[in-house]
Design a protein around this ligand. Structure first.
Ligand code: ACO
Length: 308
């Protein structure tokens, strides 16, 4: 396990929105169905911004909120399934846009919606090796580029955006971070992207409710904590009913979950860091104990428990 200090967070949300009423004009759906089955009211859509532009702006926001500058950064990890192109990676573009010319390792991770939690574990382990000074971990997606606006089963769900976290290694005992990341590969067909997102929503739903519980329990056990000692759970923002089902099954009050999916929809790897940035922007969050928990295509899944 690694000890990490959270320095700051950032996000970038494109201005344009797609409302449920907009979608009513594209497919056979309606506002009431979308809200009652998903909780989503709007999602944001990038116009000219590429994934790397959004990732860069989220990273810049995190840097601007800290006392750090680009000289301090020597590791950039971006989680995304919608990179601008195969190579250079989104992280390479972020490094370029930030103007980092000194030695800096930058690369992408593809673990679908769990990508940010995977990336955070990878960065934390690399920082704890003692070789790196500070890392920016980013989740960034332009999902509207791979959404089929003729498929009502999927087009109501997804949006664009980016979130970032600036971290450094720590020696302090209370900075211990606990991670649980893995994949289950017997349902690889349930959520795929070749050109467009294709999904068996029921299968994803059932998997998500089960694996989120296991992932939360695993990090709590490893940290020897109970749920009452956790200030907030920041889940992947896919569907309100998934979060409600987890809340009910584990007897955790809904207020413990940070939820913003009504505004952004599902932004895949960006959803957890965007929600985390909103949570960290609230007052007096220092030393708060939080759990991040995600799931996504693959199926991948994972959780992280640490103090702010
Ligand atoms: N508007 C109106 N009706 C719709 C719509 C829509 N947008 N979409 C589906 N329906 C219909 C279906 O066709 C079906 O009709 P039928 O009974 O005549 O066949 C009916 O609604 C019920 O469909 P279900 O799929 O059973 O609806 P469900 O309650 O499961 O909700 C949903 C569907 C929202 C997709 C849900 O299953 C879900 O959220 N699953 C998880 C999805 C998810 O989290 N995906 C992201 C994973 S993360 C990643 O890696 C990208």
């Amino acid at each position: 396990q690694a000890k990490i200090k959270i320095i700051s967070s950032g996000k970038y949300i494109p201005k344009d929105v797609i409302t449920n009423q907009d979608l009513e004009k594209l497919v056979d759906t309606n506002h009431e169905w979308i809200v009652s089955r998903t909780g989503i009211i709007r999602r944001h859509k990038a116009r000219d911004e590429e994934t790397s532009d959004m990732a860069y702006l989220a990273a810049k926001d995190a840097l601007d909120k800290s006392k750090y500058n680009i000289e301090d950064i020597d590791l950039i990890i971006v989680a995304s399934i919608t990179g601008d192109q195969m190579t250079p990676s989104v992280a390479n573009f972020v490094q370029k846009k930030l103007g980092i010319k000194h030695d800096c390792m930058s690369f992408d991770i593809n673990a679908a919606c769990t990508g940010f939690v995977y990336g955070l574990e990878v960065a934390s382990m690399m920082l704890s090796s003692g070789k790196f000074k500070a890392a920016i971990v980013i989740g960034a997606e332009k999902l509207t580029r791979i959404t089929n606006y003729e498929d009502r089963n999927t087009c109501v769900l997804f949006g664009d955006g980016a979130g970032a976290l600036l971290i450094e290694p720590s020696e302090e005992e209370n900075r211990q971070a606990y991670f649980y990341n893995a994949a289950k590969i017997d349902e690889t067909d349930a959520l795929t992207v070749v050109k467009h997102i294709k999904m068996d929503g029921r299968k994803v739903f059932l998997f998500a409710v089960d694996i989120m519980q296991k992932s939360i329990q695993k990090v709590l056990k490893d940290a020897n904590l109970t749920i009452d000692q956790i200030d907030r759970i920041i889940p992947h923002q896919a569907n309100m009913r998934i979060i409600q089902s987890v809340s009910k099954a584990m007897d955790i009050p809904m207020e413990k979950f940070k939820i913003n999916l009504e505004e952004y929809g599902n932004t895949s790897a960006a959803s957890i860091p965007i929600a985390l940035d909103e949570y960290m922007s609230e007052e007096n969050q220092e030393n708060k104990k939080i759990i991040l928990v995600g799931f996504g295509g693959g199926f991948t899944y994972g959780s992280a428990l640490f103090s702010l």
